[in-house]
Design a protein around this ligand. Structure first.
Ligand code: ADP
Ligand code: ZN
Length: 734
């Protein structure tokens, strides 16, 4: 056991692997440096927003190194999802959790001990079991990745007590390098994670929380149902989530969408678990396009092509809102985030809090105020959101691409120098010890209780802004915070302080541009002609066709469609029209494993489409040296001729059994006769062989899926079926 860094790294080795296994041409953000850090055996702390590509940071090193990486992950659904995706790529990943049978557990353990498994996903509960600890001790482990690491902290939004025991168990496993990953960025949680995992020395990689591909928009709730239908119909056939506050609204809106011919289903904790699981699966499998849900939906749902997230009711906090909108566009393509806002919602939410203890109530109220001010403000949404998470957003990108409603439809501006001076003076003169509400009272001259008891009516600034109302001043103060003149106190929630930048502004004021707030109460029902439209450069008809094919294939294989190919790959196919495996391999997101598993029907479909539509493809534009596959096949044939066990062949070629069978099938389908009797004899008795033989002889097709369902009661494994089919075809067809 222990860790051997990859010593000699050939140029571009990482990039080659990235393309070969995952099919991507480029690393995203910090992925490459993070991966190098892990390959060097260092403790690594990755803080990246949802969808930024955290998983690849540990998956790629695990694929490259000898031995097994353990991945600790809190949710079984999430684990299964990743394992499915990795297996589809041809990477041996398995999970160990309470859903497995005894036999399955033994198999996973055996394969781990034999060093066959690259990534072993473990639930924290399973990790703490003594029998698992002892087996892990005898395995060759390379590092431990702790996904959703914020579960360690009580201050995170999803505390899991078992997570606190991870470190002591990892210590027993021989001090593996640790990679902690999370999308929760608050400083408090970050510190907790580092302390608990004793990795204060870790190299930290925190990337921006900006999600460039998400379009943020806030609309008034007036005429909401009509707006909703128009919005969803504008995204016809695409996957989306509509969040509602109550179970009742969820049911009502799901029904409402359904009667309007939209494939929608509800999801909330009050539904029977069978229904819930079915609705979720239908959504993942694209039987249902829109899931209408309470916030119970989403944790652990890793559907990369969610194209829109609607908040039907105003959310409780910006944290939650950002998390939920983050589920859109994880594949990097368009994601439309539409929130409906009404101040009444804020008041309603406030009422819900009335039975809570005082401090909790106060905190909840502050969160709600932030929510309201975000919604009403005309400042760039992106700038506001990132500021809320402690990031300064200077990038004029949003304004350039106008990727939020406020940048796209700018509100009225006004010269604000004097207003800012007044706001800063109010903070200074009250000695930076008060919150927003009190400051607006002082500026507008309201004789409140606080004003009385602190004698703030004596201050020069008192009443100096009485020509404008409290809302106006509250907006000015918030804009002063966004500009960095004022800041929130970290220790005392709600308190506003002046910054050095604010002080120098007061010494030498200059012109500043301020924006008037929205007034959703007065605004007319918004015109809905201006959806965020994505300029498409791909062949929409082909894209739809490929999507249909993907769905069909997914259904056959019992996999969610995106496991086959993700949307960006299909879009690219609809741009470059690949008609050979070679060309297909150049598409982003298409690696070797996927070509072998799923490539052929896609190539066939594209070929047909190209001919039908008389399209000239760019097939001879790019030349790339591909691994010589025919050589691979020849040596498989030679080994089979020498009667080498298939397991051994697979192992020697670093293939999974499934992949090897795929290769053998291709050899067989292309007309080469293979004699697998020596192997079939070992694994099946004659009765079973005969039964399958008869089946293939009489069956209408040679489809394995059909065979599996026809022979459901006989308990044949897919491997047995595939082997017999090869034997059968070799004898009859070839
Ligand atoms: P996170 O765990 O950070 O929320 P994921 O690891 O699920 O994000 O990745 C989000 C999406 O980005 C996935 O669909 C993944 O396949 C894709 N992805 C990751 N890395 C790359 C890359 N280098 N190039 C293209 N797509 C990538
Ligand atoms: Zn903007």
């Amino acid at each position: 056991m222990g860790f051997e860094p990859l010593l000699i790294e050939q140029k571009d080795q990482l990039k080659d692997k990235l393309k070969e296994v995952f099919g991507y041409g480029q690393f995203r953000g910090d992925q490459e440096v993070i991966i190098r850090n892990i390959l060097n055996g260092k403790n690594t702390f990755v803080i990246m927003p949802t969808g930024a590509g955290k998983s690849l940071c540990y998956q790629l090193p695990a694929v490259m190194l000898e031995g097994t990486a353990i991945v600790i992950s809190p949710l079984i659904a999430l684990m299964k999802n990743q394992v499915d995706q990795l297996n589809a790529l041809g990477v041996n990943a398995q999970f160990l959790n309470s859903t497995l049978t005894k036999t399955e557990i033994n198999r996973v353990k055996k394969e781990t001990l034999e060093g066959k498994i690259k990534l072993l996903y473990v639930a924290p509960e399973s990790l703490t079991k003594p029998e698992n600890i002892s087996f892990l001790k005898s395995s060759n482990l390379i590092f431990a990745a702790i996904d959703e690491a914020h579960c360690i902290s009580e201050w995170g939004h999803d505390f899991r007590p078992e997570y606190r025991r991870i470190k002591s168990i990892l210590e027993q496993l021989g001090n593996l390098p640790i990679i902690a990953l999370t999308a929760t960025a608050t400083p408090k949680v970050k510190l907790d994670i580092q302390r608990n995992l004793q990795m204060e020395d870790a190299d930290i990689f925190k990337s921006s929380f900006n999600r460039e591909n998400l379009y943020y928009e806030v609309r008034s709730k007036k005429g909401i149902k009509k707006q909703l239908i128009k919005f969803v119909k504008a995204h016809h056939g695409k996957s989306g989530i509509v969040y509602c506050l109550s179970r009742k609204t969820v049911e009502e809106i799901a029904e409402f969408l359904r009667v309007n011919d939209i494939k929608a289903a509800p999801y909330h904790a009050g539904l029977d678990s069978n229904v819930r699981i079915k609705n979720q699966d239908d959504f993942l499998n694209e039987e249902v396009h829109v899931i209408v849900a309470t916030i119970a939906f989403g944790m652990g749902i890793d559907k990369p092509d969610v194209r829109f997230v609607v908040h039907y009711d105003t959310p409780k906090s910006l944290e939650g809102y950002y998390q939920e909108t983050g589920r859109a566009g994880r594949d990097g393509l368009e994601g439309n985030c539409l929130m409906f806002y009404s101040y009444n919602d804020i008041l309603k939410l406030e009422k819900f809090n009335k039975d809570k203890p005082v401090t909790e109530r106060e905190n909840a109220k502050i969160l709600l105020e932030e929510m309201a001010s975000y919604s009403e403000s005309a400042v760039c949404r992106r700038k506001q959101l990132l500021h809320y998470f402690g990031e300064v957003y200077e990038d004029p990108n949003c304004t350039d691409t106008k990727w939020c409603d406020n940048c796209r439809h700018p509100k009225e501006h006004f010269e604000g120098q004097e207003h800012i001076v007044t706001a800063l003076e109010a903070v200074l003169q009250t000695e930076g010890r008060f919150g927003l509400k009190h400051l607006t009272h002082v500026i507008t001259g309201v004789n409140s209780q606080y004003v009385q008891s602190y004698k703030h009516f004596e201050l020069p600034v008192f009443g100096s802004g009485s020509e404008n109302g409290k809302e106006f001043w509250s907006s000015v103060i918030r804009q002063a915070m966004l500009m960095g003149f004022l800041s929130k106190d970290i220790e005392q929630i709600g308190i506003i302080k002046i910054t050095p930048k604010g002080r120098s502004f007061l010494k030498e004021p200059y012109q500043v541009d301020l924006l008037k707030n929205h007034d959703y109460g007065k605004e007319e029902e918004p015109s809905i002609t201006d959806e965020a439209v994505n300029t498409r450069s791909y062949d929409l008809a082909l894209f739809d066709l490929l999507k249909g094919l993907r769905k069909k294939l997914a259904k056959q294989k019992g996999l969610p469609p995106y496991v086959i190919f993700q949307d960006p790959s299909l879009e690219e196919m609809a741009i470059v029209y690949p008609t050979t495996k070679e060309e297909l391999s150049r598409i982003n997101g298409v690696g070797r494993g996927k070509i072998d598993k799923f490539g052929v029907p896609f190539i066939e479909a594209i070929k047909e489409y190209v001919v039908e539509n008389d399209i000239t493809t760019a097939s001879d534009v790019l030349i790339k040296s591909a691994v010589n596959k025919s050589k691979n096949k020849i040596s498989i044939i030679q080994q089979i001729d020498r009667k080498v066990d298939l397991e051994e062949i697979a192992e020697s070629r670093n293939m999974k059994m499934e992949e090897l069978l795929g290769e053998i099938e291709q050899i067989c389908f292309s007309g080469t006769k293979l004699n697998l009797d020596y192997y079939v004899e070992q694994i099946m008795d004659h009765d079973r062989q005969n039964e399958l033989y008869d089946y293939f002889l009489n069956a209408e097709s040679d489809s394995i899926t059909d065979a599996l369902s026809e022979l459901e009661d006989e308990d044949f494994s897919e491997e047995e079926l595939r082997l017999m089919r090869i034997k059968f075809l070799s004898e009859y067809a070839n």
